[in-house]
Design a protein around this ligand. Structure first.
Ligand code: AMP
Ligand code: MG
Length: 352
């Protein structure tokens, strides 16, 4: 019990974890409650970031049981999805020979299937087989030397979600060529937040959230019945809020080039790669997506970071709402989906 901190409904800070430079969000709990309700909150390091689980509306015992179950789910999924755990599903796929079918857990299959779906819808802008290019640009960031055209072409050759064959009957994944490296960095946090939130729901939690390094899945509304108030970070001044939204029962995910990037020869390069060019994306400075599922929101935030306005129609057709920030000469230009405006007003999104 001692590991859980509790806050009252008057506390303003709901989600934290700005560390590791991967969190773009702060969820700020609704203020003004005549009957302060306790909020139980716990943060654990997982998936190379900090994961916060916050629950309200139950007593401390129920909160502890639910929170522990949610973190057990986080750890379970991390062990399956991590590229760095040698016996994870993803490592098995990455070390398989072409044509070798790898049986994976239902959760890994589900995240890969959602990844394939968004790859298809985004015309390959989102692609979890981007691993060889990520490795190339990570090395460039470390050495300060840009990769050669040949290196980019050689890595790009290995990148295509079409080189992963998924068989839902047998839950198997088969790499179809040599050198495939699956990297779930653009979808795993949202997916894990979604699954951990589902565990909380099954434990009877109707108000709370899971924040996986800034990828947040909100359950219901704040304990006082009002929507969750969430600040979207200003890409020009990380740590400050550019827009505020109000959500209930939604996932909110931001992908941005202003916290994770590298500088080579004085030029800034995004951590998001455009698989079509083999080079860092040159799209918007930040993209925030609101969706029903965390995996979907996470994947679209990355896809739109690559596509910018060219991705609007596909994202809209998939039913997600988005806000993009383009920064030019110190000014923000916003491009948002029609439905996004509803989330700017408190009370207009009823969570359905
Ligand atoms: P996110 O912060 O969710 O946009 O995810 C970025 C991370 O996903 C990067 O650090 C890479 O590991 C990986 N990644 C980079 N570019 C892509 C892409 N176009 N599609 C899928 N994953 C990507
Ligand atoms: Mg993402």
């Amino acid at each position: 019990m001692s590991s859980i901190r509790y806050r009252t409904g008057l506390a303003v800070l709901a989600a934290l974890s700005l560390a590791f430079g991967v969190s773009y969000f702060r969820a700020i709990g609704s203020k003004c409650s005549t009957q302060p309700a306790k909020r139980f909150e716990k943060t654990v390091k997982a998936m190379d970031t900090f994961v916060t689980v916050s629950v309200s509306g139950v007593d401390e015992t129920a909160a502890t049981v639910a929170t522990d179950a949610a973190f057990a789910e986080v750890k379970r999924l991390e062990a399956r999805l991590s590229r760095f755990e040698p016996d994870s599903d993803i490592s098995m796929i990455n070390s398989a020979s072409p044509g070798e079918a790898v049986k994976v857990s239902p959760a890994s299959f589900a995240v890969l299937r959602e990844a394939a779906r968004i790859s298809e819808l985004s015309g390959g802008a989102f692609d979890v087989t981007v691993g060889p290019l990520v490795a190339l640009w990570r090395k460039a960031g470390k050495t300060g030397v840009l990769p050669s055209e040949e290196d980019i072409d050689a890595a790009r050759e290995k990148v295509s979600f079409k080189n992963l064959s998924l068989d839902a009957n047998s839950n198997t994944v088969t790499p179809l060529r040599e050198g495939i490296i699956v990297d779930l960095g653009a979808i795993a946090k949202g997916f894990v937040a979604e699954r951990a939130a589902a565990v909380l729901c099954r434990r009877g939690i109707s108000s709370g959230f899971v924040d996986a390094g800034g990828d947040i899945v909100f359950i219901g509304s704040n304990v006082d019945g009002r929507p969750w108030r969430t600040g979207i970070e200003d890409p020009r001044k990380p740590g400050t809020v550019a827009d505020t939204i109000y959500v209930q029962s939604r996932a909110v995910v931001t992908s941005g080039n202003y916290r994770r990037f590298c500088i080579i020869d004085g030029k800034r390069y995004s951590h998001v790669i455009d698989p079509r060019t083999g080079r860092p994306a040159v799209g918007p400075a930040g993209v925030t997506v609101i969706a029903r599922g965390g995996a979907t929101a996470d994947a679209w935030a990355t896809a739109l970071s690559v596509l910018g306005k060219d991705g609007c129609d596909a994202a809209r057709a998939d039913g997600v709402e988005f806000l993009m920030y383009f920064v030019k000469d110190g000014e923000i230009n916003r491009l948002e989906s029609e439905g996004f405006a509803a989330f700017r007003k408190e009370g207009s999104n009823d969570g359905r």
